[in-house]
Design a protein around this ligand. Structure first.
Ligand SMILES: [Zn+2]
Ligand SMILES: [Zn+2]
Length: 375
């Protein structure tokens, strides 16, 4: 009974290598016998998934399967039993899922599969307002992308990628040593295929067999509200393409937030310095000050001292998770007028007389002493 490998992975016949990989990873994670609830059923399903993946992930086998509905060499035919039946690729994939995903950690070539592409870093500057609201930013960068001519296989179109004959496609070479303490098995990367498990007898002319070419790429990065200086956004699969059709690395967008001309940020709190007049401080005032999301009412009580801080809860920066907001803190500073109109001067002198302020009491020498006193 022929199995429809596309149906097993739940992908269309035109699925890209990345689609197949994604579908496979999702299913393998779900049905891996170590994690699934119903172990015997999961084991059967897991075997099917791996058979399908082994064929569809290999450009040559997939071509053969598409044309003949079966794969002749038997390695992945229905009934290939046990967990040893599928190539090393399936196993390393599962290890990647459980232990991988760290930047820089996955760049070593894996035994038994094409190497994953390198992760990339892109530094992006945004304004505080953009950090507050979130923003979609288009970025453009050069990376090694999959070669269109050979679809990343590295083989000249019309020729096939071949299983490496030295390691039998596993990418690794085992040597067994007998010692008085028992058998020691050492595993090294295959010297012929460099651990990829495949060789390209006739390299593609566009990429010279590397499967990748330098290309400019433009994509839109979704920056969520609440990000801060140094926040990092991962765009999965947008790093360098993998060698010979291996999985792509990830793109990491590192954010720098340009300082705001008036507002200062500390975590999720926003700080603003507000100049007020002596009369506003003395008599009290209802003010409106600008934050990132419009005006914030500020009630200055009568008798407020210069340097006092008002905290308005919930009007600061949002958290990235979006469930709360920090506070808005306004510090008022009394500004003394540098110039007075004649009427203002009269009124202030009147005020000074009423409140008993002595404006010209000290002697000339007192004032000179004051001027030279260090403060
Ligand atoms: Zn190519
Ligand atoms: Zn090899």
């Amino acid at each position: 009974m022929p199995t429809d490998f596309y149906a097993v992975l739940g992908v269309g016949r035109d699925a890209s290598e990345a689609d197949i990989k994604r579908a496979y990873r999702g299913l393998a994670r779900k049905f891996h016998p170590d994690v699934a609830e119903d172990k015997p059923a999961a084991e059967t399903r897991f075997k099917e998934i791996n058979e399908a993946y082994e064929v569809l992930s290999d450009p040559a086998k997939r071509q053969q399967y598409d044309r003949f509905g079966t794969v002749a060499n038997g390695a992945a035919g229905p009934g290939a039993g046990g967990f040893g039946g599928f190539g090393g690729d399936g196993i390393t994939d599962i290890f990647d899922m459980f232990f991988g995903g760290r930047p820089g950690a996955a760049q070593q070539p894996r035994a038994g599969g094409p190497a994953r592409g390198a992760d990339l870093r892109y530094d992006l500057q945004i304004t505080l307002t953009e950090a507050f609201n979130g923003v979609d930013r288009e970025i453009s960068f050069n990376h090694l992308g999959q070669c269109e001519t050979c679809k990343g296989s590295g083989a000249k179109p019309g020729t096939l990628v071949q299983r490496c004959d030295r390691c039998g496609g596993s990418g690794a070479m085992r040597s067994v040593r007998q010692t008085p303490l028992g058998q020691f098995v050492t595993q090294t990367t295959c010297t012929k295929c460099g651990g990829e498990g495949t060789v390209v007898p006739t390299p593609c002319e566009t990429c010279r067999g590397r499967g990748r070419v330098e290309r400019n790429r433009t994509l839109t990065v979704k920056i969520p509200a609440g990000v801060d200086e140094g926040s990092r956004i991962r765009v999965t699969g947008s790093g360098e393409g993998g060698a010979r059709g291996g999985p792509a690395g990830d793109l990491y967008v590192y954010l720098a937030v340009v300082p705001h001309p008036r507002l200062r940020r500390d975590g999720t709190d926003l700080y603003l310095d507000v100049p007020i007049t002596f009369t506003q401080a003395a008599l009290g005032a209802s003010l409106e000050v600008d934050s990132l999301d419009g005006s914030v009412p500020l009630q200055v009580a009568a008798g407020t001292q210069s340097g006092s801080t008002f905290r308005i809860r919930g009007r600061g920066m949002p958290t990235v998770r979006g469930n709360s907001r920090g506070d808005f803190l306004a510090t008022v500073h009394v500004v003394v007028p540098a110039k007075l109109s004649r009427r203002e001067r009269e009124l202030l002198e009147e005020y000074a007389r009423v409140s008993g302020d002595h404006l010209d009491e000290r002697t000339f020498f007192d004032r000179v002493k004051d001027a030279f006193r260090p403060d």
